[in-house]
Ligand binder design. Structure first.
Ligand SMILES: *Cc1c(COP(=O)(O)O)cnc(C)c1O
Length: 371
């Protein structure tokens, strides 16, 4: 039997054509025209004024934190159930990550627990939309308003998703995206910052490019990074963006088919098809084993691997990360919902190239393991 990869991107649009034009014109660095085109078209699609393309979604978070001048002693509130990039950006800037548990059903941050975490040192709330459903933004924005906090929106899993019909990635002071090959659109490696604030946009542009100065190029007032996106990456991005609506429809179809096929298995929790503010776009299709299942996600993933089916575990909580424990962070803290899904959750093949036959094989395999 052929292996079913956990993710496979679709690159059969204009990608090749635009890549050839990079080679033919000689524009392969970040100076090439596709970079600006991708920034403008992506920002436009997400309802934002400025787009700053960078080399990945993780450094986009680094730039967002530094551009907002968040640093030593400042606190940033974020979900404990997320990717390391979120907390890493905060810690590297010398600030303190303050984490919140997740909601049992959406797997997103439980917004009702945020206010209790706000102190006089809190500078920002970092919102992370998880796996396909957006965070309930209105209460978050209201808190930010009430306490004068910045909002950073990590929309790396949300290209084309909306919250109450407003595009994800258009909320807060800065939003960030990733274009890793498992995201809805890809540039191989890549990321983007979006903002409506001209000054923040300028700062992000400067941070991305080593903080070179226009007048005295090699004299630096600030420390930046080289986090530039190349014209080659942006060429793929422009071609991918042309197909975003089609890709979203495809992901939704994958989600619907899985949901129908898994309908009669009582021992697993499935992703919610919708909330009152959004329909799931199923960035990945996650499964959570209920308490009655006697083994954990690791065991199911091993057995699926024997059947050549690719999976990934759910995120591991920030407050349980050895690297942060060693720094003395999160001592004695516990967040039961996030700890539960981190141990009981995993996701199954969910990429854009997935076929109906492959989905059926995946579901049969999971059923067989759980029976
Ligand atoms: C993928 C992802 C990132 C990191 O993006 P990279 O491009 O892989 O660095 C950050 N945040 C979230 C929520 C992600 O899913």
């Amino acid at each position: 039997m052929n292996p079913i990869p956990v993710n496979e991107p679709l690159l059969d649009g204009n990608e090749k054509k635009y890549l050839i034009s990079c080679i033919e014109t000689g524009w392969i660095s970040s100076e090439g025209p596709f970079v600006r085109q991708f920034e403008e078209e992506f920002a436009n699609r997400m309802g934002r004024k400025y787009g700053i393309a960078v080399s990945n979604g993780s450094v986009a978070l680094d730039a967002a934190i530094v551009a907002l001048e968040i640093g030593k002693g400042d606190e940033v509130i974020l979900p404990t159930f997320t990717i390391i990039s979120c907390a890493a950006a905060i810690v590297r800037a010398g600030a303190i990550p303050v984490v919140v548990d997740c909601d049992r059903n959406t797997w997103n941050v439980d917004v009702s627990q945020i206010e209790a975490k706000i102190t006089s040192r809190t500078k920002a709330i970092m919102v992370v939309h998880i796996y396909g459903l957006p965070v309930d933004m209105e209460p978050v924005l209201a808190l930010a308003d009430k306490y004068g906090l910045y909002v950073i929106e990590d929309a790396a899993e949300m290209h084309g998703q909306t919250y109450k019909s407003i595009p994800c990635g258009s909320f807060g002071n800065i939003s960030t995206f990733s274009f890793y090959p498992n995201k809805h659109i890809t540039t191989g490696e890549g990321g983007m910052l979006l903002t409506d604030d001209e000054l923040l946009a300028q700062k992000c542009r400067s941070l991305r490019n080593l903080c070179f100065q226009p007048e005295k190029r090699f004299v630096h007032e600030e420390l930046g990074w080289n986090m530039r996106m190349s014209n080659i990456q942006a060429a793929i991005g422009v071609a991918q963006l042309e197909r975003l609506d089609e890709f979203i429809a495809r992901k939704r179809r994958i989600g619907q088919i899985y949901t129908e096929l898994f309908a009669n298995i009582p021992s697993i929790e499935l992703p919610l098809p919708q909330t009152e503010y959004a329909n799931n776009i199923y960035w990945v299709y996650g499964l959570v084993l209920k308490d009655e299942v006697s083994f954990d996600a690791t065991e199911v993933m091993q057995r699926l691997a024997q059947k050549k089916i690719g999976t990934r575990p759910f995120f591991w909580c920030m407050h349980e990360q050895p690297v942060f424990k060693k720094m003395g962070l999160f001592e004695g803290e516990s967040y039961p919902e996030a700890e539960r899904i981190a141990r009981r959750g995993f996701y199954i093949p969910s990429g854009l190239a997935l076929t109906d036959e492959q989905m059926e094989r995946v579901v049969l395999a999971v059923k067989d393991i759980l029976k």
